[in-house]
Ligand binder design. Structure first.
Ligand code: MG
Ligand code: MG
Length: 267
């Protein structure tokens, strides 16, 4: 069942999304060669608590940390550890937080120092596919329209769309209806309605879409060992149209990037 949010609830969810957006912005300056993912995880936990929020992943389904940290061929759900990042790595950071009883859920894939042009292209295409999907999140469309748009765009570049992991509705729990696959067929699936809030999160592999799960029960890796990227926004349907609750602008400020990619999804 899709839980529609009131305007007031959407404003509260914007605060939750702001917590995770600011957390990724804070981390953007800290991601560099020599830093461990466990160190970044501790920074994030402190930063979230300083904003009177609660780490959303810590303990959720027994996950042991604040952030999911998935370098290189890891797709999602990587567990922070004491291995240092090295120049040329990519690191997907997924961050959840609870504020005012609502979840924010937000992810970005960072390059560590200089990365290969073909890796940068994977990041650029995956992020662009996120907006291609968000554009379809409007009253009158269905779940399959978002998935179809993301899949078509991604596969045109020769990349693999992960099937086993999907976006989701978001609210007082982390995973609400509907599931939001990054693949699908036009006109299929649940209808979008006013006041729904979803996390859209393409997970895109440079090679095969196939994945495997590690023995730790969490980490997901590409089957062929090639890199994977992950970008995630929280989006509400307001006046029938998609409105972004999360923002990459804190990351861009930290990295000195100019971008107006989010402007079409602002009220
Ligand atoms: Mg997430
Ligand atoms: Mg999510």
């Amino acid at each position: 069942m899709i839980i529609q949010k009131t305007r007031e609830e959407i404003e509260l969810m914007r605060e939750s999304a702001l917590v995770v957006s600011k957390t990724l912005g804070m981390l953007a300056k800290e991601v560099k060669p020599g830093v461990t993912t466990l160190y970044l995880d501790k920074l994030a936990e402190e930063f979230i608590r300083e904003q009177n929020a609660i780490p959303g992943f810590l303990g959720l389904y027994d996950f042991p940390n604040t952030l999911c940290m998935s370098p290189n061929s890891q797709v999602v759900h990587g567990i922070p550890n004491k291995t240092a990042l090295v120049e040329g790595d990519i690191i997907s950071i997924d961050c959840g937080a609870i504020k005012n009883g609502f979840y924010g859920d937000h992810a970005y894939t960072f390059g560590v120092g200089e990365i290969a042009p073909e890796t940068q292209k994977l990041l650029d295409v995956t992020k662009e596919s996120l907006y291609v999907g968000i554009r379809e999140l409007k009253v009158g469309n269905r779940v399959g329209d978002v998935g179809y748009a993301i899949q078509q765009f991604t596969e045109k570049h020769g990349y693999g769309v992960v099937r086993e992991l999907v976006g989701h509705g978001l609210g007082k729990t982390m995973h609400e209806d509907p599931e939001m696959p990054n693949y699908g067929r036009r006109g299929r699936g649940k209808k979008f309605v006013e006041g729904m809030v979803v996390a859209i999160e393409p997970m895109t592999n440079m090679g095969t879409h196939k994945i495997r799960q590690h023995k730790d029960g969490w980490t997901i890796t590409t089957l062929d060992g090639k890199p994977s990227a992950h970008f995630e926004h929280d989006v509400a349907i307001v006046n029938g149209k998609p409105e972004l609750l999360s923002t990459f602008q804190y990351i861009y400020q930290a990295l000195g990037i100019e971008s107006d990619e989010e402007s079409e999804f602002r009220a």
